[in-house]
Ligand binder design. Sequence first.
Ligand code: PLP
Length: 411
Amino acid sequence: MAYVNENYLKLPGSYLFADIGRKVNAFKKDNPEADIIRLGIGDVTIPLVPAVIEAIHKATDEMSKPETFRGYSPEQGYDFLIEKIITHDYNSLGIEFSNDEIFISDGAKSDTANMQEIFGADNIVAVTDPVYPVYVDSNAMAGRLGEYDSNEGKWTNLVYLPCTAENGFIPSLPEKKVDMIYLCYPNNPTGTTLTKDQLKKWVDYARDNKAVILFDGAYEAYITQPDIPHSIYEIDGAKEVAIEFRSFSKNAAFTGTRCAYTVVPKELKGYTKSGDVVDMNKLWNRRTSTKFNGVSYIVQKGAEAVYSEEGQKQISEVIAFYMENARIIREGLTSMGLKVFGGVNSPYVWLKTPEGYDSWQFFDKLLKEVYVVGTPGVGFGPSGERYFRLTAFGSRENTKEAIERIKSLKF
Ligand code: PLP
């Protein structure tokens, strides 16, 4: 008999964006004339920049000739890309890594989910709440989170670290001891960040408690303020306790092309039940070699071009474009008296829904009355209730139009 992994059966219904899609499609069916603007899903809309396209074309040509054709890439990624990452993303911050501490992957989504495989089943997991759902669901699939309580919208063995306007979106250290801590900064969905001092508290906690921080920096490129850390390794001691995930998705439009990287420092320590210290870099390398055959050469060449002078200039223009959208959203909503967060170091604007509206009621009002689609905050966790996310990834015209329409609403 083929027994199933019953943890999958505990997962609540369907995925947030599937629920939204269903609602929007039903509305469209009844209102085919409605001109719907989507500021919901966090996908980019501006294509790959010319420097990347050129590199991809060149690499494709290389693959067509016997003398330059390449088969399997190293599972961990090509050194040409890893070296650019180390120089540009880390040495520039005064941080050193050797090539075998960087692992090129096909996405921060897959790696944040896959990474939990090298952790024991009994670890206590903590997530900021609201949270990118992948961290929660992947640990639930592994059986680490206990049971799902649908009344509370919570897993029984998961430690939620509430992040709301009341605490300035700064998670407090947990009362109960935890072993794996997911932090994402700049944050999806709230768009907020932590300062170095705030991040240091977490690094110190992890060091004191022999815990590991899984730090998702997928939106690092959107940081505009000078005092915000770009990497967790800017904090002393972080190499002993933190894994960092980065992606080319949001900074360079690789959402459909797929390339990301994960940093697992050699200093990073895990422990056996009997207290022996284990080098987690070795475990991740073992896992990568066994289960992954590398990102395509063509795509890694495209990612390398992100670091060229032209590539940097071109992607920074795209990011500036999205950040101007974020400003338009932020200022437009603020001018109507709404409480608005994020959107300064992040493409996400997080707003408090007006009195009398929960997340889904606000979603319905926007969809039905002004044909604008956003994301209900409660879909990201219980502390997201009464919040709503809009993204800056739309066109300028749609962003402006959506805000004008929202401003016409009466609450
Ligand atoms: N991490 C966060 C916080 C995200 O919001 C997303 C995508 O929305 C990802 C990771 C996915 O990144 P990738 O496209 O590299 O899989």
